[in-house]
Design a protein around this ligand. Structure first.
Ligand code: HEM
Length: 408
């Protein structure tokens, strides 16, 4: 198969198991390459080139519905979601409004709440010695902590309904008829609009929702309802499959990396760097799109103005120029700035929240269980949506030995 053919196979439904292979292949053979799929787009694979695209937001822009790769299925009509779908200076106004609620310091207040949610979910299956890690834990806690802790919302039935909508919109986007996704998107939009209307009538709660309701952009204009709804939707979905996949990838590593569980039990202070290294090797978000504003040369190829460019974090995180012995899992790797949470203005606003919740997941799992294994004859089941952007874990049956409360 030729290089260009291979890049063409980097398509929206690339089998999840081939994503990593295609990344390595492109990194080595065609670091900047054009795909003819989905109306055409470029893929940038090397670390240095990726960093340049992410930092040079004037040349490589966000904030336009036509940027998405692949284009949304017909009729889906997802709203624009600031800050991810916006450019400076408006983008900066959104970040200034939202950042304080997701700072490390602010999140310290939420740690007990995160722990309550995560430990509560693990409690439900811990004594059984078996669970579907994806369905019983990983797909559940991100929406729950977002609603309960960030949005000050506690209605369990509502929460379950929205969690399922977001799950289906992500994991089933290319599996179900476009009308089905479009209907779920409409239901989600209607729910968020109603939530915003209700919050406008309620006393202030000093949370991120209030920040959006009271916030201003562009020299003092209040946000439109569309902008608020879009910002809430990216807060819901930005941390959903990402945190879920990271959780599953961490447990896969605990199963497969000899001595890792013992090391983390002996030296729990290594948990954060182990999580970082697992996410470097298997970043939950593999790719993100930009649109090229001017004819621009990168990696020896000229990208014409108007073309879409996909930054391939998955490949960049394995670039041997940046990460010596890139394929090796090394808990003690020196700080090497992986692109797991991106870089430049759109760097993940939820990275502190993700890191905190994943640390709590590992701590609580290790408290209640040991000796993690796959159910015999099974592995995790992955699904793809967006070209290689997610190789999301849909299901992951595992077994383990429960640790009785008396021995904890
Ligand atoms: C392991 C978990 C996570 C990973 C790997 C991840 C990854 C990313 C990446 C790669 C971007 C950059 C997108 C771009 O460059 O276009 C991003 C942006 C973003 N993420 Fe996350 N994310 C995670 C968790 C979260 C959480 C928990 C939230 C919600 C609190 C969140 C909300 C967002 C938002 C709103 C943006 C847009 C930021 C902007 O455009 O300024 N993410 N994330």
């Amino acid at each position: 198969m030729s290089i260009e053919d291979y890049a063409e196979h980097f398509n929206p439904l690339i089998p999840p198991d081939e994503v990593r292979y295609s990344e390595r292949y492109m990194l080595a053979q065609c670091p900047v390459v054009h795909s003819d799929r989905d109306g055409g787009f470029w893929i940038v694979n090397r670390y240095e080139d990726s960093l340049r695209v992410l930092q040079d937001w004037k040349t490589f822009t966000s904030g336009n519905l036509g940027v998405r790769v692949p284009h949304d299925p017909p009729g889906l009509n997802r709203p624009l979601m600031p800050p991810i779908d916006s450019n400076p200076p408006v983008h900066r106004h959104f970040r200034e409004m939202m950042n304080p609620y997701l700072s490390r310091q602010r999140l310290e207040q939420h740690e007990p709440g995160f722990r309550r949610v995560i430990a509560g979910l693990i409690d439900q299956f811990a004594a059984n010695g078996t669970c579907d890690l994806a369905r019983d834990l990983a797909h559940r806690f991100p929406a729950q902590i977002t609603f309960v802790e960030l949005f000050s919302m506690a209605d369990e039935a509502e929460l379950t309904k929205i969690r399922e909508w977001v799950r289906r919109l992500n994991y089933m986007k290319h599996k179900v008829a476009p009308e089905v996704s479009a209907k779920i998107q409409r239901d989600l939009d209607a729910w968020v609009y109603a939530f915003v209307a209700t919050r406008r009538t309620e006393p202030r709660k000093d949370d991120i929702i209030d920040a959006l309701l009271q916030g201003t952009v562009e020299g003092g204009r209040p946000l439109t309802d569309e902008e608020i709804v879009g910002a809430i939707e990216i807060l819901i979905s930005g941390g959903f499959s990402t945190s879920a996949d990271a959780t599953c990838n961490i447990v896969i590593r605990l199963i497969e990396e000899p001595g890792l569980e013992a090391l983390l039990r002996e030296q729990p202070e290594l948990i954060p760097q182990a999580i970082e290294e697992i996410m470097r090797l298997d970043p939950p978000v593999n790719t993100r799109p930009r649109k090229c504003a001017f004819d621009t040369e990168i990696g020896g190829r000229v990208i014409p103005a108007g073309d879409r460019v996909l930054v391939n974090y998955g490949a960049a995180n394995h670039d041997p120029e940046q990460f010596p012995d890139a394929e090796t899992f090394d808990v003690f790797r020196e700080a090497s700035k992986p692109l797991t949470f991106s870089a430049g203005p759109h760097r993940c606003i939820g990275s502190n929240m993700a890191r905190l919740s994943l640390r709590v997941v590992v701590e609580e799992l290790l408290k209640q269980a040991t000796d993690f294994r796959f159910v015999e004859g099974k592995r995790e089941e992955r699904v793809s949506f967006s070209p290689g952007a997610w190789r999301a874990v849909d299901s992951m049956p595992i077994t383990f030995t429960p640790i009785p409360p008396t021995s904890r």
